[in-house]
Design a protein around this ligand. Structure first.
Ligand SMILES: NC(=O)C1=CN([C@@H]2O[C@H](COP(=O)(O)OP(=O)(O)OC[C@H]3O[C@@H](n4cnc5c(N)ncnc54)[C@H](O)[C@@H]3O)[C@@H](O)[C@H]2O)C=CC1
Ligand SMILES: O=C([O-])CC(=O)C(=O)O
Length: 334
């Protein structure tokens, strides 16, 4: 990319709640850096075009110098044309009482169509982040229908779960969240996910201590903490009557920023990525794993301690993803 040339970034579901927070952060340089200009490609469906018109007025009114233009469209071929990065947010959100996989039959076809469009129109090194639920399986389907783009370029968002877990640990310890490092989310962005602090640490002035030793309450760590993170999305829906949006947008920013700029030495983040058999996870699922990133390439962090307790949890969430994959393929082939 030539110095000063804008990158093209697509946000789908651009008239929705998550996009409303996300677009301003992209436009402000929080994802691709304060020197990188952007052309925003904003995709939504015809009934949402009036709202999207208003969002575009607000983009103008933000008066941010990094925005070199925007494309507002209902056409995937325009939305995905030559894009460098894709935030696939547009999909139906769940309501109270639903599991995310209940959205599968409604949402998975969106990701088939968008996979096909990415395949035809996007740059071959496009970085794709799927936010729309069920995010892991939607990312898998999107990648399946975009065979000309490497599978490594399709990821699903579990960063919100990681942020929730790090924040809960910090709160319990009375520390700033930036002191908590290397919490891992394994598996599905669903209530079977395993938020794992066995390998996480707390930074203290001049030293570092394991989260386990710092909290010193394995009963809490192995039951209430896990359950709280697994069901946090549902708790927000119950309170707000709408799903998380501000925190979801921030997590999407964190995910793509780290993919673009890399992780620091000795630290990792969680992303739903194509599994290669590491940690006994079946190959070919989009499964949340610990990854370190440099030169815009993620690598699965190897050698983390997996106890029998953890292994059971990893297997359970893999089983759910295998079932979702089967159901999604059936929906797409129907
Ligand atoms: N992975 C994660 O951690 C999280 C995922 N989510 C998911 O993100 C998705 C979006 O959530 P919200 O923004 O709150 O929903 P929303 O309903 O406010 O917005 C969704 C937008 O997508 C649009 N849309 C629907 N079909 C589309 C298509 N085929 N192409 C382009 N746009 C389309 C809708 O018109 C709407 O403007 C939901 O599926 C939600 O469950 C939400 C929070 C966290
Ligand atoms: O719970 C939901 O449906 C929205 C979501 O994915 C989250 O907040 O983690």
């Amino acid at each position: 990319m030539a110095e000063g040339e804008p990158i093209r970034v697509v946000v789908t579901g651009a008239a929705g709640q998550i996009a409303y927070s996300l677009i301003s952060m992209i436009a402000n340089g929080d994802v691709f850096g304060k020197e990188q200009s952007v052309i925003l490609h904003l995709l939504d469906i015809p009934p949402a075009m009036g709202v999207l018109e208003g969002v575009c007025m607000e983009i103008d009114d933000l008066a941010l110098p990094l925005v070199k233009g925007y494309v507002k469209t209902t056409e995937p071929e325009l939305a995905f044309k030559d894009v460098d990065a894709a935030f696939l947010v547009g999909a139906m959100p769940r309501r109270e009482g639903m599991e995310r996989k209940d959205l599968l039959s409604a949402n998975v076809k969106i990701f088939k169509v968008q996979g096909e469009a990415l395949n035809k129109y996007a740059k071959k090194d496009v970085k794709v982040l799927v936010v729309g639920n069920p995010a892991n399986t939607n990312a898998l389907i999107c990648s399946f229908y975009a065979p000309s783009i490497p599978k490594e370029n399709f990821t699903a968002m579990t960063r919100l779960d990681q942020n929730r877990a790090q924040s809960a640990i910090a709160k319990r310890l009375g520390l700033c969240v930036s002191n908590v490092k290397n919490v891992t989310i394994w598996g599905n962005h669903s209530s079977t996910q395993f938020p794992d602090v066995f390998n996480a640490s707390v930074k203290l002035p001049g030293s570092s201590k394991s989260v386990y030793d710092s909290i010193n309450d394995s009963q809490w760590l192995e039951s209430d903490f896990i359950k709280t993170i697994q069901t946090r999305g549902a708790a927000v829906i119950q309170a707000r009557k709408m799903s998380s949006a501000m925190s979801a947008a921030k997590a999407a920013v964190d995910h793509m920023r780290d993919w673009w700029s890399g992780t620091s030495e000795g630290s990792w983040v969680s992303m739903g990525v194509i599994s290669d058999g590491s940690y006994g996870v079946p190959q070919g699922l989009i499964y949340s794993l610990p990854v370190s990133i440099s030169n815009k390439q993620w690598k699965i962090v190897q050698g983390l301690k997996i106890t029998d307790f953890a292994k059971n949890k990893l297997d359970l969430t893999a089983k759910e993803l295998l079932e979702e994959k089967e159901e999604a393929m059936a929906v797409c082939n129907a």
